[in-house]
Design a protein around this ligand. Structure first.
Ligand SMILES: C[S@@+](CC[C@H](N)C(=O)[O-])C[C@H]1O[C@@H](n2cnc3c(N)ncnc32)[C@H](O)[C@@H]1O
Length: 180
């Protein structure tokens, strides 16, 4: 079975065939950022923890087309002014670090609302949710409900593992193109 991270990377590889601007709202260990940089994209990345920024900077050092900021993604408008082709969010906590520092429904919804404003028409939002973690199910349900009722977005697809209703879940939405 394809892992959720591999599913996300395959989607990015298939859909973003030209150099694009990608915002990673949860840099973590920088694995998604590195993949996008290797595909030739420009990556803007945020994380609330200095440790995540340090690990991501170290991992992505060979790829100059990145800018990383240590900030709560709820305040992304303070540092992100570019139009975006894609927004990534991989929720939860930083692996091999303090598991108590984790994404919350409130900051995630603020970050998503601000990201959608910066997303270009037809741009994609790709969100990975971990429903078995503490508070993860509530966060996943709140995020999915928010995205599904948002008139600026159209549901594209989801991916999870069979026979486990709390397995990791990828949700992909596309921004509606309202241009005449
Ligand atoms: C599961 S990790 C992300 C993994 C990452 N995408 C990768 O490729 O390695 C989740 C990250 O979200 C970060 N985070 C939690 N709350 C945040 C917030 N309010 N703003 C920004 N980052 C946050 C954590 O510090 C953690 O590094």
């Amino acid at each position: 079975m394809l892992r959720v991270t591999s599913f996300v990377h395959r989607f990015i590889k298939d859909v973003f065939t030209k150099p694009s601007v990608i915002l990673d709202l949860t840099l973590g260990n920088g694995n998604d950022a590195l993949f996008c940089l290797q595909m030739g994209h420009r990556v803007l990345g945020l994380d609330i923890q200095a440790l995540a920024i340090e690990r991501s900077e170290r991992k992505c050092i060979a790829y100059p087309k990145h800018v990383f900021h240590q900030i709560d993604h709820a305040h992304l408008d303070r540092v992100i002014q570019e139009d975006l082709d894609c927004v990534l969010m991989n929720n939860g906590y930083l692996p091999y670090a303090d598991a108590h520092i984790t994404t919350t429904l409130e900051s995630s919804l603020n970050a998503l609302e601000k990201s959608i404003e910066r997303l270009r028409p037809s741009g994609f939002l790709i969100i990975t949710l971990y429903r078995k973690q503490d508070g993860g199910l509530n966060e996943a349900q709140g995020i999915e409900a928010y995205l599904r009722q948002n008139k600026k977005l159209r549901y594209n697809q989801s991916y999870t593992y069979d026979n486990d209703e709390l397995a990791p879940l990828v949700l992909i939405f596309q921004k509606v193109d309202e241009r005449p």
